[in-house]
Design a binder for this molecule. Structure first.
Ligand SMILES: [Zn+2]
Ligand SMILES: [Zn+2]
Length: 268
């Protein structure tokens, strides 16, 4: 079985640790066929700037990945050049323009914000004042807008609002709305991500739930695996659990990407 970990970070984002070499070392020790670097994008400029590289650091990011690709050449672990971008309503033209000629192997699309960064512990008082319903339903609405309006390859951690184990009053309402986004994603060939970082958070679960993963399968979405590692030892973590969940939902393969073209890696 060839595994691809397509979701990892570097210290350029100001909330990760470890050197790129250390991440690669874990990728190789865990026999990953593909290791993708996908740090947080610096655009739109000024957006959530404390937890991402500056625009002026972007050439350094590109160089870090290119250097790692050279180091890994011939080792059995292929390093990929990815990016994790956020949906920022009203500012996606700036993002599209900034990356239109950048030769990423893939683009990960994420939502970490409603009107506040809901996956940041510091916003728990806002969770309290606005309520979980607001966070979850707004998140699903934004995901619908995102898949309809922007070109990306992988939908990251689709039920991220469960991070702190705070739930909406009507999960069915969330599922119905998210399902609309998954259908569009399926038509566009956007992959669903099983993200193992949830196991390391208060919720102690993979993202997404089995129910959402089954919806993604029914919608025709292919699948990727990501550790969302912000520390070297998390690279490739818990992929056997991810595979169990994938198989339970009916998946028989995952994808990796080169130059934004999907490559299928069958289970077995
Ligand atoms: Zn991060
Ligand atoms: Zn991430």
């Amino acid at each position: 079985m060839k595994y691809a970990d397509l979701h990892s970070h570097t210290t350029l984002c100001n909330h990760a640790c470890g050197t790129p070499d250390e991440y690669l070392k874990y990728a190789q020790e865990r026999n990953l066929a593909f290791f993708g670097v996908s740090d947080h994008i610096p655009w739109p400029v000024g957006y959530d700037s404390e937890v991402r590289m500056k625009e002026t650091e972007f050439p350094l990011y590109r160089q870090i990945v290119r250097d790692l690709q050279k180091k890994a050449a011939g080792s059995g672990t292929e390093v990929l050049y990815g990016i994790e971008l956020d949906y920022v309503p009203g500012r996606m033209d700036e993002v599209a323009k900034a990356i239109e000629n950048e030769p990423f192997d893939y683009r990960i699309g994420s939502i970490h914000y409603v009107s506040f960064g809901f996956d940041d512990e510091a916003t728990l008082p806002l969770w309290e004042s606005e309520g979980p319903d607001y966070v979850w339903y707004t998140y699903a609405d934004l995901m619908c807008e995102f898949v309809n309006s922007f070109d990306f390859d992988i939908m990251a951690h689709p039920d991220l609002p469960k991070k702190f184990a705070l739930y909406p009053s009507d999960m069915n309402r969330f599922h119905k709305r998210l399902e609309e986004a998954l259908k569009v994603a399926g038509e566009k060939g956007i992959a669903m991500e099983i993200n193992t970082a949830g196991l390391r958070k208060k919720v102690h679960e993979l993202y997404p739930s089995l129910e959402i993963l089954k919806m993604a399968k029914a919608a025709g979405m292919p699948l990727t695996f990501g550790s969302d590692s912000h520390a070297p030892e998390d690279v490739g973590a818990d992929f056997d659990l991810a595979r169990e969940l994938a198989e339970e939902a009916g998946y028989r393969s995952i994808l990796t990407f080169r130059n934004r073209q999907p490559v299928e890696l069958p289970f077995s």
